[in-house]
Design a protein around this ligand. Structure first.
Ligand code: ADP
Ligand code: MG
Length: 489
């Protein structure tokens, strides 16, 4: 956020000044590049606040009912008055017994009773319980999510998430740790390993892809490897394929085999890396001008809890699917470790291919959630019914996703689905309560039980009931907070 402009002990120009930095001696010139309102935390606050205002489609029913409710209730009150003042009291003379024994005239007693019952109807009717049913649960649900690092963009998202039956996972960085390491470099005759890594690292220095990070780390770890840089403005990254640039006047390409073959124009059979150390490893190729000069084998660990998370998802009736830009063989090997069925592995796809894959799943009638971490997943995240971004909440993926998992932990995916189900259950309970309350209390207030057993309401009791009804809905929504805090992942 803030950039240092002058050298201070141990720090150089261009360093970032983080919160809590202490300046012992020397002068600091700090440049502020954005104000507090643009900071990540404040973005999160805005996101949660907007989310709490976005309600679930299920609410439409109660909104429609609540909208017409007032007219309905006035109608029922008028009908109640007309009925009791007209012929109700004559039909059931017993209802006037108490008033008459107090000495009132029959006409006065009838009028008082009719007015009181009509008032009861007006007072006991509770459209607020209907109106509060969904928004309060959404408010508590999204709030409880935010507290656990699940940023959910609204009630509509919670509702769709509760119906998801297929979860598509990106491989690199989502099912794997996304912190891969270089395990082997193989080169052709015209170049040696250190040169190959040096050229590759010069390109990858500019990329944020996990593979790029692995290559740069490997190059930095070995001091024998000469440091090179891409010439200015020549760097270009193709999501899901690779990265290219000009280094020492030569066109260098680092990426998957097809793309490097296409870029260099080398024969497509030119796979220098015929046998991998492990079928689960990823191989990227280094192209120089018109040749493939080497390949770099990269190992990425499967997240330690991935197997369990996928098992729990399957147990809850959700099908996991793997979607990756990586080679099919690598992806299938990783999938087999995780118990994902072979037919549910879609590999070797470009970012647009990922969108198509999501669309074809949707076309088959599935409600699809996509979990991804990178730029290459952004389009697919936007296309899925529910897009879930992992890995911190700052990347492009987070901007288009419906849900952002701040903790970068895979079990949070399960938490999300559980929380969405809990919230929807709370909404349904609230609505059942609100409808049920009105269905029972309105007739009671209108005096339907009076002729049968003398059971009726007074305006005071009606008022109390109506207050309690709203409170009950609020309390049930607040209980969601307690229930959600028990979600263990
Ligand atoms: P995933 O879908 O599993 O997250 P990506 O779509 O990010 O994988 O990448 C797919 C493939 O594209 C990688 O396996 C790699 O071969 C290649 N690739 C993408 N970006 C780069 C890069 N910056 N450097 C090298 N290879 C890359
Ligand atoms: Mg990825």
């Amino acid at each position: 956020m803030m950039m240092m402009m002058m050298d201070v002990m141990g720090m150089g120009a261009g360093d970032t000044v983080t919160a809590g930095t202490t300046n012992f001696d020397g002068t600091l010139v700090v440049r502020c590049t954005a104000s507090g309102g643009d900071a990540a935390v404040s973005n999160i606050v805005t996101l949660v606040e907007t989310a709490q205002g976005r309600t679930a489609p299920i609410q439409r029913l109660s909104d429609i009912v609540a909208g017409k409710f007032a007219y309905g209730v006035m109608g029922v009150a008028a009908a109640t008055f007309l009925f009791w003042s007209g012929f109700g009291a004559k039909l059931f003379p017993r209802v006037l017994e108490t008033s008459l024994s107090g000495g009132a005239s029959k006409a006065a007693a009838t009028l008082a009773l009719s007015l009181q019952l009509a008032c009861n109807v007006l007072v006991v009717a509770c459209p607020c319980a209907l109106g509060l049913a969904a928004p309060t649960a959404v408010l508590v649900g999204t709030g409880a999510g935010a507290r656990r690092g699940l940023l959910i963009r609204g009630g509509d998202v919670l509702e769709t998430a509760s119906n998801v039956d297929t979860v598509v996972f990106d491989k690199t960085g989502t099912l794997t740790t996304g912190k891969p390491t270089v395990v082997r470099v193989i080169t052709s005759d015209n170049i040696n390993d250190t040169e190959c890594l040096s050229y590759a690292a010069a390109i990858e220095e500019n990329s944020s892809h996990p593979i790029a990070h692995a290559i740069v780390q490997q190059a930095l770890a070995d001091t024998q490897i000469p440091q090179r840089r891409v010439s200015s403005d020549s760097f270009n990254q193709v999501p899901g394929k690779g990265a290219e640039g000009i280094v020492d006047g030569k066109n260098i390409y680092v990426g998957n085999l097809d793309w490097v073959v296409q870029k260099t124009g080398a024969p497509s059979s030119e796979d220098v890396h015929t046998a991998k150390l492990n079928p689960g490893h990823t191989v990227v190729y280094v192209g120089m001008e018109h040749n493939i000069v080497g390949s770099i084998e990269i190992a990425d660990q499967v997240r330690h809890n991935a197997l369990e998370v996928l098992k729990r998802l399957k147990d809850s009736g959700i099908t996991p699917v793997m979607l990756s830009g990586d080679q099919l063989t690598t992806s299938q090997h990783v999938a087999s470790q995780l118990g994902i069925d072979t037919e549910n592995v879609i590999a070797g796809v470009t970012p647009l291919g990922k969108v198509d894959a999501i669309n074809s799943l949707k076309a088959k009638g599935h409600i699809v959630a996509m979990v991804g971490d990178g730029v290459n997943d952004a389009a697919a995240l936007a296309e899925a019914d529910v897009g879930i971004a992992m890995g911190g909440g700052v990347a492009v993926a987070s901007e288009v996703a419906d849900i952002v998992l701040l903790g970068d932990r895979l079990p949070q995916v399960i938490d999300t689905f559980r929380l969405s189900k809990m919230t929807m259950n709370t909404i349904r309970q609230n609505m059942a309560w609100a409808f049920g309350y009105n269905m029972i209390c309105l007739p009671l207030a209108a005096g339907v039980m009076l002729p049968i057993n003398g059971l009726g309401l007074t305006p005071a009791l009606s008022g109390a009931l109506m207050g309690c009804s709203s409170l009950a809905v609020m309390a049930n929504s607040l209980l969601l907070q307690v229930r959600a805090s028990k979600i263990k992942s």
